[in-house]
Design a protein around this ligand. Structure first.
Ligand SMILES: [Fe+2]
Length: 339
């Protein structure tokens, strides 16, 4: 988070793994978000879409699931679906109906004061709902995948519970501070650029790698490449370390309805079991990331829906919404972080 967050927020993130923004959404907006997502069918679950084309390499190559995926792809698909159906009664990705209002309220409450870097891309939103029957979410890191393509090790998730997550209800998030164990990620941007900048068809007229010009075959070749495989080995190695050596170092958050927490979902995190049998656990998340001087464009769509189209200007304190992905080629290099 160096160069991204200002002190004391940088230090807070380093020490705790998250930042209490001190910002709460207005009650009317919390209610509006809840009502909006009531219109989505129970059982709507977008998580399995990330498993199409074996994108979650580090998982897929894990001993058991990797074997099942490679040997019985049909059975694996069912396994993944069953897993996520159990974890969430609704998981709606990239709906973007409430995002603009939420970001506007953040800026109105001086969200920009947290940031050292000028620009942050708000990529998409997510609504998660589960009941007391869902299991707790174990220790994990949100691994990179090619649906996102542009991934950094400093992803920022706004985590906004729509119900209280506390001692009575449970469902609280815990995060492992990156001062304990950091998951490397920016090297992926380097590898993607190094690999695809060698293929003229994958470049735009400005020489930027355009993920939407990469064919499935070209992507498969990258996945097989030695540097990428080395990185996957690194990811696979770090997961057991977090689970065994650092299980006691997670910091627990306590989040009231509408309160905005910010954390890096590349850092290890977990959520305790939801205990309330009367009401469901509901969380609204916005995935954001800072911009690096990697000559890589942003993807236009996530699972068929527009994505990467909000730009937060922390200097001006404004949110720009575009009908297309943020044009990273138009942002001066001086306003980007060094990769
Ligand atoms: Fe996660």
């Amino acid at each position: 988070m160096l160069g991204i967050l200002k002190d004391p927020y940088f230090s807070e993130h380093q020490a705790n793994g998250f930042v209490e923004t001190g910002i709460s959404l207005e009650e009317d907006l919390v209610e509006e978000i809840k009502e909006h997502y009531l219109t989505k069918a129970l059982g709507h679950n977008d998580f399995p879409k990330f498993f199409v084309d074996n994108q979650h390499q580090a998982y897929l190559e894990g001993a058991v699931l990797g074997f099942v995926f490679n040997t019985f792809p049909g059975a694996a698909k069912k396994l993944v679906k069953r897993f996520y159906d159990k974890a969430y009664s609704k998981a709606v990705y990239c709906d973007q109906a409430c995002m603009e209002k939420v970001l506007a309220q953040l800026m109105k409450q001086d969200f920009q004061r947290l940031f050292e870097t000028r620009y942050i891309v708000a990529s998409y939103d997510m609504y998660l709902r589960n009941s007391h029957r869902s299991p707790a979410a174990g220790i994990h890191t949100d691994l990179p995948n090619f649906h996102h393509f542009y991934e950094t090790e400093n992803d920022l998730s706004l985590y906004i519970p729509l119900v209280d997550l506390d001692d009575d209800n449970g469902g609280r998030l815990s995060v492992l501070p990156e001062s304990k164990l950091k998951v490397a990620g920016n090297v992926l941007l380097k590898l993607l650029y190094e690999h695809f900048s060698q293929i003229p068809e994958c470049l735009d007229e400005k020489g930027y790698v355009d993920p939407d010009r990469i064919t499935a075959r070209q992507m498969a070749a990258f996945i097989r490449s030695k540097p990428h495989q080395d990185l996957m080995t690194l990811y696979k190695g770090v997961i057991p370390l977090a689970k065994k050596q650092y299980a006691g170092d997670f910091r627990r958050t306590e989040e009231g309805r509408g309160r905005v927490l910010m954390f890096n979902n590349k850092n290890f995190h977990a959520a305790e079991r939801w205990k309330n049998e009367q009401v469901d656990r509901e969380v609204y998340v916005i995935r954001m990331f800072p911009l690096y001087d990697a000559r890589i464009r942003l993807r236009q769509k996530l699972h068929g829906t527009p994505v990467n189209n909000f730009l937060l200007d922390m200097q001006e304190g404004v949110v720009h919404r575009y009908p297309h992905p943020v044009d990273v080629t138009a942002i001066p290099e001086a306003e980007k972080l060094r990769l």
